[in-house]
Design a protein. Structure first.
Length: 242
């Protein structure tokens, strides 16, 4: 089998229809490797449907890498299954996730118990067992939020990998790899000569969902509620980040 493509998809945030169109556009094959950067749930109205799609991808392409985002971390803490930030889960976008699973975010009972009862077992396993904090491949490092400058990847704290922002965005990191990250919404994929590529293009806010083909040097994007995926060459932009 010939070597396939290496691709990366930014924050989805419950935008399942857009994710479906993006996946159709990139047309994965068995030799491809795909990395998702986390934040699959919250804010968008189709979080449960997003996880259904991701499970389909994992079933068909088991080598796919799924990173944990801070929103998955908050959900796990909310459910009592580890993680941090559960106390702000509902008001930080989790209300939309509850609704997508058929739970009332304003109900009088225990919301964590109701969500756990309504969530399919394979969804819960996906959140609790199927997510990693980082991934590297050749000259690329994939994380959700960023890295703490001056710290090797293997010594990064989960807190920084999931939540860091300004310290990572305003200082040069010391990793050999170019870091692909989500977490911080940008108007378009941000290709930085400081060896950073920002992939959260704010689909849930009316922006776009982005998939970067690092091998073919192509950027696939779909705008929120739009029927068509656009594809453009980004070879020069990627080269500037190496």
């Amino acid at each position: 089998m010939s070597a396939g493509r290496l691709l990366c998809i930014g924050d989805v945030h419950g935008c399942a229809p857009e994710l479906g169109r993006l996946l159709d556009s990139i047309a994965l094959t068995e030799s491809d490797r795909l990395v998702f950067l986390g934040d699959y749930v919250d804010r968008g109205e189709a979080s449960a449907q997003t996880i259904d799609l991701l499970l389909e991808v994992r079933g068909a392409f088991p080598e796919t890498i799924f990173l944990r985002g801070n929103h998955e971390d908050m959900m796990l803490d909310f459910l009592g299954s580890g993680g941090t930030g559960g106390s702000i889960f509902v008001r930080a976008g989790g209300a939309a996730t509850l609704l997508s699973y058929g739970a009332d975010p304003h109900g009088r009972g225990s919301l964590p118990d109701e969500l756990r009862a309504r969530m399919p077992d394979d969804h819960l396993r996906f959140f609790s067992e199927g997510l990693v904090l980082s991934h590297t491949s050749g000259p690329w490092a994939f994380v959700h939020a960023g890295v703490k400058p001056g710290v090797p990847l293997e010594r990064q704290s989960p807190q920084d990998l999931l939540w860091i922002r300004e310290e990572f965005l305003t200082r040069e990191h010391s990793l050999r790899e170019t870091v692909l990250y989500g977490h911080t919404p940008v108007h378009d994929v941000h290709f930085s000569p400081a060896r950073r590529i920002g992939m959260d293009t704010g689909c849930v806010y009316g922006g776009r969902l982005s998939a970067l083909d690092l091998t073919g040097r192509l950027l696939h994007q779909v705008r929120r509620d739009a029927p068509d995926v656009t594809i453009r060459e980004v070879g020069e932009e990627i080269a500037r980040t190496l």
